[in-house]
Write a protein that binds this ligand. Structure first.
Ligand code: AMP
Length: 416
């Protein structure tokens, strides 16, 4: 079922959102992006005359209740955004009466689902290494089903709009979906957009396809790169991780960030790319610094010959130009990870050049561009490029797992 086709009138709809927003010491929301992002789904249900039950986690509470992570703090803001006076259920597992009292067009926010260990299905107060952990986990798995059943009993229909937690098999993100038939479970609008964007890049893509992978370490992105080698025509490698490739190819990295223990992995990636006909684009020059500091002395040097005492902090102008040309002639683009230490103003040029090229490809070449996964999202927001690319993902870890080629439990639970 799709949300657009479903008429929620008179129906009790359980919507799992990601309202895990940052708050300051006085519990004021410092960034409400996630709340705003869920509004199209929530508003559609209210407009249809549905009875809305909103569920989310916040933080990583270790007990029930944990006032620090109460969703009560965000209730007023959710009401304001939704334009409805949202009610509150103090205990998400004992909300039967509050749900029964809901009238058409009304909304109820459940207290943090992670106040129950059953939500995550991960034993608390006992370490993985401790004897008894596995037994505790097994027991919790059984009660997780019961918890999911209770949540499911509140509603006629289940909507998952929490892409940020789609990679977790939690009670409210996946397990409870089993209690609804295919006609009564669906993605929310946000989740639908995310899933479609990933599909468009990985499986439904127009050629040439270019992935730009940056960030600090190869080790954290190996699975992503290995999966992408089967999907892309060009793989642009930037950021600190490029130096492991430089070392693998016999270059000199100076004091640059580098993982010598990953040289074999880098070599096998290069060989595999060769075999598959994927063009690997590595930086040819870099902006090197004499220390890890915004005010360090700098010089542009050959990326394959970084002098001792100097470290590559950003791609150089020649690399930026060559990479822009590859990016601008692409029809599908995926970007994850900055080209340099973009947090320092003097080392932002490369990341800005990549952002510009992605924006140009999108507007001038009609490319579909997806930016996602942590720091590249901060970069496009910071540099004002968020509305110049096709889609900026809201899911950090979830997006990374999706581009690793993993099947996300939250998606599988709905799609089957
Ligand atoms: P990641 O979390 O792996 O996506 O990496 C993001 C981080 O990589 C950012 O904090 C960047 O500052 C850092 N980074 C990017 N390029 C470099 C570089 N050449 N040297 C050191 N750190 C870098």
């Amino acid at each position: 079922m799709t949300i657009d086709k479903f008429n929620f009138s008179g129906k009790r709809a359980f919507v799992r959102v990601d309202f895990n927003v940052p708050v300051d010491e006085n519990f004021n929301i410092t960034d409400d992006t996630r709340i705003v992002a869920a509004m199209p789904t929530l508003k559609k249900i209210i407009a249809d005359g549905g009875r809305l039950i909103i569920a989310s986690h916040m933080g990583r509470p270790k007990k029930n209740p944990d006032p620090k992570y109460s969703l009560k703090h965000i209730l007023k803001h959710v009401s304001t955004c939704l334009g409805v006076d949202v009610k509150f259920a103090e205990d998400c597992a004992k909300a039967q009466d509050a749900v029964a009292a809901l009238k058409n067009g009304e909304a109820l926010l459940l207290e943090n689902v992670r106040f129950y260990a059953e939500e995550e299905g991960k034993p608390r107060g006992i370490e993985k290494e401790d004897p008894g952990y596995e037994a505790a986990k097994k027991e919790l798995k059984a009660s997780q089903k019961e918890f999911a059943k209770t949540l499911a009993s509140y509603a006629d229909v289940y909507v998952n709009d929490a892409f940020g937690t789609a990679h977790r098999k939690h009670a409210s993100t996946a397990v409870m979906a089993d209690f609804f038939d295919a006609g009564h479970k669906m993605f929310g609008y946000l989740m639908e957009k995310e899933v479609t964007a990933v599909e468009k890049v990985l499986n439904n893509s127009k050629k040439p396809v270019t992935a730009i992978i940056g960030g600090s370490k190869v080790s954290s992105k190996i699975t992503i790169i290995e999966n992408l080698l089967h999907k892309v025509d060009n793989l642009v490698i930037v950021g600190g991780m490029a130096y492991t490739f430089v070392l693998a190819k016999g270059g000199k990295v100076g004091d640059s960030l580098c993982e010598p223990d990953q040289v074999d992995t880098a070599l096998s990636i290069l060989n595999k790319a060769d075999e598959l006909g994927v063009r690997i684009v590595l930086p040819t020059d870099c902006l090197a610094a004499d220390r890890f500091d915004n005010d360090a002395n700098t010089q542009v040097v050959d990326n394959n010959n970084v002098p001792d005492g100097w470290e590559g902090m950003d791609i150089g102008p020649e690399s930026a130009k060559a990479m822009a040309s590859v990016i601008e002639s692409s029809k599908t683009i995926l970007w994850n990870g900055p080209a340099g230490v973009f947090e320092f103003s003097n080392f932002q040029s490369g990341t800005k050049a990549i952002a510009t090229a992605v924006a140009n490809a999108t507007s001038k070449n009609g490319a579909f561009s997806l930016v996602g996964g942590g720091d590249s999202v901060s970069a496009v927001n910071q540099f004002g490029f968020a509305d110049k690319v096709s889609y900026v993902s809201t899911g950090g870890g979830a997006l990374l797992e999706a581009i690793e080629g993993k099947i996300l439990p939250g998606i599988a639970a709905i799609k089957g």
